[in-house]
Design a protein around this ligand. Structure first.
Ligand code: ADP
Ligand code: MG
Length: 597
């Protein structure tokens, strides 16, 4: 008996859907791109429960005939290309004819559509690739597609969806990618009956302002224009002035009206900023490329945002020169703040070579066989060497039996402050403590204790401060607001895009509030902390870093002593929770060696 047979369409479509539709955000992308391809000038996206319950896209585009409406949901059904040749001159977003077939394979879909020339429209209901009904109906010109219960028939996929907050952020990010490049189209984004974004028709700059601007001062004032036209490519857009670089930059490339990721071109932009940015800060940019579609290949994968260019090296050079020229033309001398905290790094062991510098940096000897948990080691003085052993585990516990670090009480030692380091004699030699990192450890432990207790000291603000946030920041804030309360923030949603802060942790200066909250959001987003205890740790760490004594601040003797006391009481003080070295020792032996003793 022959055993090979063709898969029924419904099964084939479900398999294909696995590639194209991974989460509500991919659904949004496909539907909105279809609306744009249909020439819509007004597009509304309406989601419920981050698209899990429903995701609806309403457009005023061309609409479809009765037959086309039915055909559109077949696999490889498209009106956009007819031959393989067309693939090399694409001007539309879609072309595979896979999206609608994939969506209807894994959801319950309802479509209302009408062309301008038709008296009546068509209503079509499809569930899991199965057409349940098709009938004439009254509806406005355009197309209205509602996707309900995504993955209702693929429970594994449904289970893989993240929390509503995360999926909503994914939806918004996907939405940004599209709206930023279609400023001449009006968009609305509604989530659970609340209008999250309303974007009128305007210029590219006005669109950027409408998405990321926060009201008080124009967001786009932070940018300079770039523009160049060459034979192979036109580049235009906006790049952030160096002094507006930050930890959470908005970085977007678009090519021929399509968002793309391009690490190589990203490098070109960063190279143009060489020497203008402090270490960990990055510029924002919105850069739009226009190129003959025959010179790029978008046909890599439906969900991939990478795009291949024929002549990447030349474009790299053009982009680099353009950005550099604009930054130069506007005579932008960077105002760097060299006192920024956390910048003073102790040399890493790998960088320590005794002859490489004009002075000799300490050479750290450690015993690789030392086991901090073994009792026998504890009694020997070798046990000390764990203090400067490079450990991968920043939270290495200190055994209680460890001999005291100091010969006398810390209150009897006067720490010497050299730049950002407190220096105290200890049993092993000279102990160097970075003050900012030390205080970060102390505060981190305090904040964690408050979180565990469920209560933190709060100070009331005389005048509540209203802070604006972008829609995705608002979503994240809602997720973590309870934990912010626990560390002492008193906050209430004030409007659709702002929170009012009426109390803060007692340790925080009023003028630092917006920055501190943004830093918390950034750290959580950057590290992808998804579970409650993960983001709680990030809140504690971010807050600790922001409220710790800055490097270089001069301390009184009492302050220095208190800091050291608090530090050495901690169960783990060698490294900050994110792994930075807090204490280091120059041993007696090393000092002797310097004097040839
Ligand atoms: P593709 O976009 O790759 O052609 P899709 O499965 O996304 O494939 O859509 C199939 C076809 O359905 C499109 O080629 C288009 O003709 C039609 N279509 C889809 N969405 C719309 C819409 N919003 N308005 C008008 N026509 C649409
Ligand atoms: Mg499409």
């Amino acid at each position: 008996m022959d055993i090979i047979h063709l898969l029924p369409d419904s099964v084939a479509n479900q398999i294909a859907a696995g590639e194209v539709i991974q989460r509500p955000a991919s659904c949004l992308k496909e539907l909105v791109e279809n609306s744009l391809d249909a020439g819509a000038t007004n597009i509304q996206v309406i989601v419920r429960d981050a698209g899990r319950t429903s995701l609806q896209v309403i457009d005023n585009g061309s609409g479809m005939s009765e037959t086309d409406a039915r055909m559109a949901f077949e696999r490889h059904a498209t009106s956009k290309i007819a031959s393989a040749q067309d693939l090399f001159a694409l001007r539309t977003m879609g072309f595979r004819g896979e999206a609608l077939a994939s969506i209807c394979a894994v959801a319950q879909v309802e479509v209302l559509t009408r062309r301008e020339t038709d008296e009546v429209g068509t209503r079509l209901c499809i569930s899991g690739s199965h057409v349940e009904s098709q009938e004439p109906c009254q509806c406005p010109v355009g197309t209205n597609i509602k996707v309900k219960n995504l993955f209702f028939n693929v429970p594994v996929r449904r289970k893989f969806l993240k929390t509503d907050q995360t999926e909503l952020r994914n939806l918004l990010n996907e939405f940004y990618h599209i709206v930023l490049v279609y400023p001449h189209v009006q968009f609305t984004f509604v989530s659970n009956d609340e209008i999250i974004l309303e974007l009128p028709i305007g210029t590219e700059k006005q669109r950027i302002e409408a998405v990321f601007g926060k009201g008080n001062k124009p967001y786009t004032a932070q940018f300079v224009d770039i523009k160049t036209d060459t034979e192979i490519i036109s580049i235009r857009g906006f790049v952030g002035k160096p002094e507006t670089a930050n930890k959470n930059p908005q970085q977007y490339f678009f090519v021929n009206g399509r968002y793309m990721r391009h690490p190589y071109f990203h490098k070109a932009v960063l190279t143009a900023y060489a020497g203008m940015l402090p270490g960990e800060l990055n510029p924002s940019y919105f850069i739009y490329f226009d190129i003959n579609p025959e010179l790029i290949d978008v046909n890599i994968h439906p969900t991939k945002t990478e795009i291949k260019f024929q002549d990447e090296q030349t474009i790299f050079q053009i982009l680099l020169a353009t950005v550099k020229e604009s930054l130069g033309k506007f005579n932008l001398t960077p105002s760097l703040d060299f006192n920024r905290e956390g910048e003073i790094e102790m040399p890493l062991p790998s960088q320590r070579t005794d002859n490489s510098a004009s002075f000799t940096t300490p050479h750290v000897v450690f015993d690789p066989n030392y086991n901090p948990f073994s009792r026998t080691n504890k009694t020997s003085s070798k046990g000390w060497e764990q203090l400067y052993a490079e450990t991968r585990e920043p939270q290495l516990p200190v055994n209680e039996e460890e001999p005291a670090l100091f010969d006398m009480a810390l209150t009897d030692i006067t720490p010497y402050q050299y730049k950002s380091y407190l220096i105290v004699p200890c049993r092993l030699g000279l102990l160097l403590v970075n003050q900012h990192r030390a205080h970060t450890c102390v505060l981190y432990n305090q904040y964690i204790a408050q979180i565990d207790l469920g209560k933190g000291a709060s100070q009331q603000l005389l005048f509540p401060e209203v802070i604006d946030f972008t829609p995705d920041e608002m979503v994240l804030l809602q997720t973590i607001s309870e934990d912010l309360r626990v560390v002492g923030f008193e906050l209430d949603q004030f409007s659709q895009n702002s929170y009012s802060i009426s109390g803060t942790p007692a340790t925080l200066n009023a003028q630092d509030i917006p920055n501190t909250i943004h830093n918390i959001l950034h750290l959580i987003r950057e590290t992808g902390a998804n579970a409650k205890d993960e983001w709680r740790k990030k809140i504690a760490l971010s807050l600790a870093k922001d409220t710790a004594i800055p490097n270089g601040k001069s301390l009184t003797k009492e302050e220095a002593q208190k800091l050291l006391e608090q530090l050495f009481e901690l169960p783990s003080y060698r490294r900050t929770p994110d792994g930075q070295t807090v204490v280091s020792v120059i041993t007696d032996d090393e000092i002797k060696r310097k004097f040839d003793i």
